[in-house]
Write a protein that binds this ligand. Structure first.
Ligand code: SAH
Length: 253
């Protein structure tokens, strides 16, 4: 007991070139992999390495299975898209450890960071996160929608740029439009809104529109949205997409 090891590995936003060398090493060491099926599919198959795919929304069960496997003495890797600490498996595993048997606390736990979606999206279009920002999941699976509305309003009032994860789902088709309406009441109509879809994958798509024109149908679940602060602006370039950036200095109002 105590010799088991659990890696929680961030795969980055897309293709293998976004994987860090540390993440590659962790994946190579693992006897067994756990994770949401589409993320596991990004990891090359290795002979002798067991793969345990699971469904979305089964995070706690998946975390418990990986912890029990590691506690039995195995080296196990749990994979997440992007960074495992951002709306992903690291918190689910620690939640399971908090509620689980004492032996899970003795495990060698290594969390391997990855490039999170908002950083990949930001890098594609300039420097929209160049000053203070926050990240908000728009999913109301794990918190009431009223809390999301309140955070949107206060973050806009505080002058943060914002990155939105989980912007839409079939179960809540209208909430993103509601979110934009809330922001339009607080922010200038010209604030740039960036829709970065499947960034780092072959079907990547970037779109920048002013807040006045931002609509829910412009995003799907593979989209990370960045809404600028009142200072965020475009720098036009001849024959090239405009750069979106948030100056390093904020107004003193
Ligand atoms: N741990 C992940 C986020 C998981 S939540 C990370 O750090 O990136 C899932 C959400 O992440 C999606 O709904 C979408 O908003 C965002 N996302 C994940 N991969 C993305 C990509 N390649 N391009 C744009 N957004 C992405």
């Amino acid at each position: 007991m105590g010799k088991g090891k659990l890696f929680i590995v961030g795969l980055g936003p897309g293709e293998a070139r976004y994987l860090t060398p540390e993440a590659s090493e962790a994946l190579a060491q693992a006897e067994a992999l756990y994770g949401y099926q589409p993320y596991l599919e990004r990891v090359p198959v290795r002979v002798g390495q067991a793969r345990n795919p699971s469904d979305n929304r089964e995070e706690l069960t998946r975390a418990g299975a990986a912890l029990a496997h590691a506690a039995a003495g195995a080296t196990v890797a749990m994979v997440s898209g992007g960074d495992p600490g951002v709306f992903a498996m690291a918190a689910a595993v620690i939640e399971a450890i908090e509620a689980g048997p004492a032996e899970w606390r003795a495990l060698d736990l290594v969390i391997v960071p990855g490039i999170t979606a908002m950083l990949a999206v930001a890098a594609k279009c300039g420097a929209p996160l160049g000053h203070d920002f926050c990240a908000i999941s728009l999913s109301d699976n794990l918190k009431p929608w009223e809390v999301i509305e309140k955070r949107l309003r206060l973050a806009a009032q505080a002058g943060f740029a914002m990155a939105f994860y989980n912007p839409v789902s079939k179960a809540r088709p209208h909430q993103l439009d509601t979110a934009f309406d809330i922001l339009r009441a607080e922010l200038p109509a010209s604030v740039p809104v960036i829709f970065g879809r499947a960034v780092g994958r072959p079907d990547e798509r970037m779109r920048v529109v002013p807040l006045a024109n931002a609509r829910g149908h412009m995003a799907d679940m593979a989209t990370c949205i960045i809404v600028g602060s009142p200072e965020t602006r475009l720098v036009e370039r001849p024959g090239l997409p405009a750069l979106v950036y948030t100056p390093r200095r904020a107004g003193d109002d």
